[in-house]
Design a binder for this molecule. Structure first.
Ligand code: EPZ
Length: 422
């Protein structure tokens, strides 16, 4: 197990290039199951989660190879329609193979997901959508056993009770090969969903309404392979912007999509940052303590839940009290007890955190619990006085490529150490 050792007090300053979006890659990789052949997916991030999904696809006969940011996927020879628990338990996004397998091969056996530790992570919207397309869904010993009807899946009108990124992606990937028309209403519109829809259209799918909450899909008999460039990672970009803001630094990010960060940039400016956007580059400058700035997370284009924990670390620096409400997850505040160990003053009231900023933070040893909570601990350690140790950094490696190297290049005093600590 690795840990990070951080000495706080250094501002983040300099220029870095943002990686491809983890959550786009974890949607477009399963889509390669929809057409047999070789795909070249560029700007792919080199992350633990990408390796995990590559191994899962490998167990199905897919050959996936990542050379730097070039991911080559060969789905010419699928040998299994099963996603075993040993892979799916490591990463919820493995569940995205269900829709494509069902659509292309008429059957699938996929373990119910594990994923992050916080809160219940149901998949009822995925399953209801696939049943509307005619699938027979059985649950046996922790597995979803899915079968398409004779003649294959059939188009349907599907309404999602709540906006779900994964359910929209899974059901959309099934519908593109279903016979007839499918309407998805209350579909998620996150950039990663739009990127998947665009890739499916490039593969020959017929999808109207891309980028809106209503997708009209006309099924086609087959699709073809494509080469795709992965969109920039808006959550990685937002994490670095918040890091620069809370350390009173100056940072420029290249290869971003500023449009995907409109809500975050607006809140950063509201808190007192100077933000300049120039093409695909974003420059942030911050010279003072931030103003207390409340956020409430919501589906895109609202403030993303995946930056909620990082924003909390930032508000610890504010000269006043702020609040954070997460409307997406019922229990995504596992970072709070760890931030308290650094001297933070945060109280929970239901799904809202009340942050009393301005308290001096002092270095301590803290435990990562999930991907974005770990990021908030790193950010807080960057401003805490003295030495902090962040344990179980494998959580971070899931979603941030060599984060210690990139933060170090921006002036942070951070190093990775191997530890026996579990
Ligand atoms: C995606 O997860 C992202 N992961 C998450 O990012 C992100 O937090 C989430 O969307 C919300 O934006 C990937 O794209 C791989 P949802 P997903 O279905 O698809 C409930 C990260 O840090 N729900 O949009 O699993 C669910 O419990 C990760 O990169 C149901 O009730 O999220 C949640 O409350 C963490 N039934 C809400 O919907 C379902 O069938 C939104 O979840 C599905 C979801």
């Amino acid at each position: 197990m690795d840990k990070f050792v951080i000495t706080g007090g250094k501002p983040l300053a300099g220029r870095i290039t943002i990686s491809g979006a983890k959550n786009a890659t974890l949607a477009i990789m399963p889509a390669t199951l929809l057409a047999g052949g070789v795909y070249h997916l560029t700007n792919t991030p080199n992350l633990r989660d990408v390796w995990t999904l590559s191994r899962l696809l490998g167990s199905m006969g897919v050959h996936a190879e990542l050379n730097d940011t070039d991911l080559f996927v060969d789905t010419s020879n699928i040998t299994s329609y099963e996603a075993p628990y040993e892979h799916v338990k490591k990463m919820r996004a493995s569940f995205h193979v269900l829709g494509p397998l069902l659509a292309r091969y008429g059957e699938a056996k996929v373990s119910l997901p594990g994923g992050c530790a916080w809160g219940p992570r149901p998949v009822d919207l995925h399953l209801k959508g696939l049943e509307k397309l005619g699938a027979q869904i059985d649950l046996e010993a922790g597995y979803v056993i899915a079968r398409a009807p004779e003649g294959g899946l059939r188009g349907a009108r599907i309404h999602f009770d709540i906006s779900s990124v994964g359910a929209t992606e899974n059901v959309m990937m099934a519908a593109v090969l279903a016979k007839g028309s499918t309407t998805l209403s209350n579909a998620a519109v996150e950039p990663e969903v739009t990127a998947l829809a665009r890739m499916l259209v490039n593969m020959g799918a017929k999808i109207e309404g891309i980028g809106t909450t209503t997708l009209e899909i006309e099924g086609v008999p087959e699709l073809k392979t494509v080469n795709e460039e992965t969109i920039p990672d808006r959550i990685e970009a937002g994490t670095f912007l918040i890091g620069a803001a809370m350390t009173r630094g100056k940072i420029t990010l290249d290869k971003t999509n500023p449009y995907h960060l409109a809500a975050v940039i607006a809140k950063l400016e509201e808190s007192g940052c100077e933000v300049d956007v120039n093409g695909d580059s974003i420059t942030l400058t911050m010279e003072t303590a931030p103003k207390p700035t409340d956020i409430t997370t919501s589906p895109y284009p609202g403030f993303p839940t995946d930056l909620q924990a990082q924003w909390m670390a930032y508000m610890l620096m504010a000269d006043g009290t702020s609040s954070i409400t997460d409307t997406i997850y019922t229990d995504r505040f596992k970072h709070v007890p760890e931030l308290l160990r650094l001297g933070a003053d945060v109280e929970m009231a239901e799904n809202t955190a009340i942050i009393k900023g301005g308290k001096k933070l002092s270095g301590a040893t803290v435990m990562s619990t999930d991907l974005r909570a770990s990021a908030s601990l790193i950010l807080a350690a960057l401003v805490a006085e003295g030495r902090s140790e962040i344990l179980r950094v494998y959580h971070l490696d899931r979603g941030y490529e060599a984060i210690e190297k990139r933060l170090g290049a921006l002036g942070a005093q951070i190093r990775r150490e191997r530890t026996e600590e579990f």
